[in-house]
Design a protein around this ligand. Structure first.
Ligand SMILES: Cc1cc2ncn([C@H]3O[C@H](COP(=O)(O)O)[C@@H](O)[C@H]3O)c2cc1C
Ligand SMILES: O=C(O)c1cccnc1
Length: 380
């Protein structure tokens, strides 16, 4: 399945891109006045092979969840159980990603690709949190009451490959077969969402300690030193941060991952959700559907996708610039400019969801804005 998907990723359609550039020049606005949105509209026309490209809707965010053996090296201040607990929170609609998905009208699919612990039973009742003291007095529908609003309730897919990776400082995080299985989970999810009508896919992740394999992947694919690809994740102190860099270095020294062998890199120093996200990006590209990338986890997986199929970059839209330094290293290598830069460092798909209206707006312009001729507006 992986090889077929890679084989289905094709180059952008040049005539559609030319048509989009020419249309942009005829719309009732000064040339170039929509800045990065103009380039984005051209790229999306090239991906779709039509001008205008379809409006990217409905949107579907897929949150791939997994645990990490390297957590044992104390690279995250959070206990591993939080991964499964947050999956419960996603399903109950109570996480930041849910609030932003409701705002954006996006569906949420949570995929257990390798959570270590048991998953809590979801509570979709939306019962108000008695400790929530800052809700507006008498504001009907404020807070958790709104959880029932928006698209269908979040869905859980059980696609666990193994209950967390091994510690990459001791041995390979996964076998090649496990990494391949996780990549193929991502391909399958992308395919299912596209078959169900999604016009754009958004990446999400959950996995305590997952910024450590992300830093290792980015270092492996770019050759940039771990000191520049490693960040503070959920917020480690100075001492732990230095230690985290050394953990990434130790893993790279042990495995010497070869960037020309992306499956080998993922298996050695990746994570189950990173591998699944790689497949998700490849699946989107194979179906010529745009994939809106979230933060550092997503862009580390995007590097693996680009190593498998360089043309897959044409399907990628960088949603935001994560505060994690490795994200900027990866985006530079991919040649992608993020749409928004708000200092976010959460993951889950939050930055991608906030960028969604920018993508939709870029395409709507090609569908809806009048030309100088049709509107009778004089040109300069
Ligand atoms: C409550 C909570 C919610 C989150 N949502 C996303 N992450 C993010 O933080 C984690 C990665 O950071 P590190 O590598 O430092 O552990 C991932 O789970 C990521 O999705 C969260 C983390 C926490 C604690
Ligand atoms: O950029 C991200 O996706 C990110 C940053 C910090 C922690 N978790 C995720």
């Amino acid at each position: 399945m992986l090889e077929d998907t890679i084989g289905a990723v094709g180059p952008p359609d040049e005539p559609a891109m030319t048509a989009a550039r020419q249309l942009q020049a005829r719309l009732t606005k000064p040339a170039g006045s929509l800045g990065a949105l103009e380039d984005l509209s051209v790229r999306l026309a090239g991906l779709a092979g039509s001008c205008p490209p379809p409006v990217p809707a409905p949107a579907a965010v897929a949150i791939f969840a997994g645990d990490h053996g390297v957590h044992a090296q104390r690279v995250s201040p959070w206990p591993q159980e939080v991964t499964g607990q947050m999956v419960g929170n996603f399903l109950a609609g109570g996480a930041v990603v849910n609030a932003f998905a409701r705002q954006a009208g996006a569906s949420v699919t949570v995929i257990d690709v390798g959570v270590a612990g048991p998953l809590p039973v979801p509570d979709p009742s939306g019962v108000a949190d008695p400790e929530r003291t800052c809700s507006l007095d008498g504001a009907a529908g404020a807070g958790p009451l709104d959880r029932a609003a928006g698209p269908a309730v979040p869905r859980l897919v059980d696609a666990s490959v193994r209950r967390g990776t091994r510690d990459m400082t001791v041995t390979a995080a996964m076998t090649r077969d496990e990494a391949r299985a996780a990549v193929e989970v991502g391909i399958t999810i992308a395919e299912e969402l596209v078959d169900a009508g999604a016009g754009i896919l958004l990446t999400g992740d959950m996995g305590i300690a997952n910024t450590t394999p992300a830093a290792a992947l980015i270092a492996a694919f770019t050759g940039v030193d771990a000191a520049e690809t490693t960040g503070r994740g959920t917020g480690v102190d100075d001492l732990t941060y230095q230690h985290k860099i050394e953990v990434v270095r130790a893993a790279l020294r042990r495995h010497h991952p070869d960037p020309a062998d992306p499956l080998g890199v993922l298996a050695a120093v990746g994570g189950l959700e990173h591998a699944a996200l790689t497949g998700f990006v490849l699946g989107a590209a194979a179906h010529r559907v745009p994939v809106l990338l979230d933060g550092v986890i997503a862009v580390s997986a995007a590097l693996a996708a680009a190593a498998f199929a360089p043309a897959s970059v044409a399907a990628m839209v960088a949603g935001h610039r994560s505060a994690e330094p490795g994200a900027s290293v990866a985006l530079r290598q991919l040649g992608l400019t993020p749409l928004i830069d708000l200092g976010l460092r959460l993951g889950e798909g939050t930055g991608a969801l906030l960028a969604l209206p920018v993508v939709t707006g870029a395409v709507r312009v090609l569908h809806e804005v009048a030309t100088f001729d049709s509107a009778g507006v004089a040109e300069k």
